[in-house]
Design a binder for this molecule. Sequence first.
Ligand code: HEM
Length: 419
Amino acid sequence: MSEDVFEQKDRFFGVGRFDDPYPKLAELQKKCPVHEGSLSGLFGTVGAENTIFPEESYVTVTAFDEVDRILKSPKVFSSSWYHPSMGEIVGRSILEMDPPEHRRFRALLQVAFSKSAVEGWEEAFIRSILNRAVDRFAGRGHADLSQDFAFLYPIEVTATAAGLPVDDLDEFYRFTAVLTNVAVPAEDRLRASRGLGEMVQRLIDERRKDPREDLISVLVQARLTDEEAAEAEIGDGKRTLSDEEIVTFVRLLVPAGAQTTYRAMTNLLYGLLTHPGQLDALRADRSLIPQAVEEGIRWEVPLTYSGRTVTTGTEVCGRPVDAGSQVQVLLGAVNRDPQRWPDAEKFDIFRPPQRHLGFGTGVHVCLGINLARSELKCALEVLLDRLPDIRLDPDADPPSITGLGMRTAARLPVVFTPS
Ligand code: HEM
């Protein structure tokens, strides 16, 4: 697997370059909930967001309530913000659609990612993928849980859920890392997009002839309400998805699912390994795992921001904003809003439950939320079952979480009794 593709993407999102942006974000938050410029601009750097849209077109929001409102107001704050970075390469996916178009496509996909579907996947393949990942290093007595574990399993889970062949995982992973990286020249991204598209197309052809239980089979059989057909009263007003619509969805799904879960897993493990008392509590009482997962995502979101394009003159935190402006909502900063969480910078799995925005909110709330939670929960269970005395390697350099647009612990050296 080419490391360069992944390292290049990480560098662009500040992994390894920004240790801890949160003290500065807390200062900005204290001064004012809205700032001119993008997150990268505020930190004097170039990131994906200010490469795509000019720095001057941005306002950045750090207050929980205002970000919550923006994400729930898609008429004024449009997801077309994603079009130049994703749509031109991936195709027109739900990520860049606004209601009512978004609602019709999302409703079809939602069923495939329901809580009960994901519970079935836990037994069908998630736990076995995790156990196979641990098998590769359990006998060694030491491992890097970031690269040897967290980096590898989410892509296999997502590919298996989608019904994609897992023998080509390396190529598959590389395609997804390239096509979502705006630092890569457009022609290379388009080539990766075509490569992934061809893999998915072969499967669509097979499943149209011989449907099975997987996601692609669900999608080839799904019927979408077609507003034109419905108005003209043609048939039942529904149609099947085109090959291109299915390919586009899979092109979005794989990177959306793999890299975020990898980063979330490393951050959660870092929180637990650096707070051994809390890890002990999980060892003693596994029912604490779901709240530990939620706290991990609140405390160190893998994806620190999202964005929206303003469709009509409006206000953000009382400040006038013109149509055509870009609003960057800082999911990381709002998850540490001191109005909502006391000592927000502390990792504490015993906090009273409180809604956070790590998975977004409103109509675009993460489609994979049940799958992500389940992958993180099962991964902790498998690690605690298989390596019960796991701890940070006292002889290795201490790890850290770094990044600005994305946050990751790129290495997590641990030791344990070999098994
Ligand atoms: C811990 C892991 C994850 C985090 C933190 C995360 C975070 C997010 C966030 C913040 C959004 C909203 C973006 C916006 O409104 O602009 C989103 C949307 C989305 N996520 Fe996730 N995600 C994770 C895992 C997954 C997984 C495992 C999948 C599927 C396999 C997935 C699929 C999607 C899709 C398809 C959307 C677009 C939904 C829409 O536009 O309606 N995500 N995710």
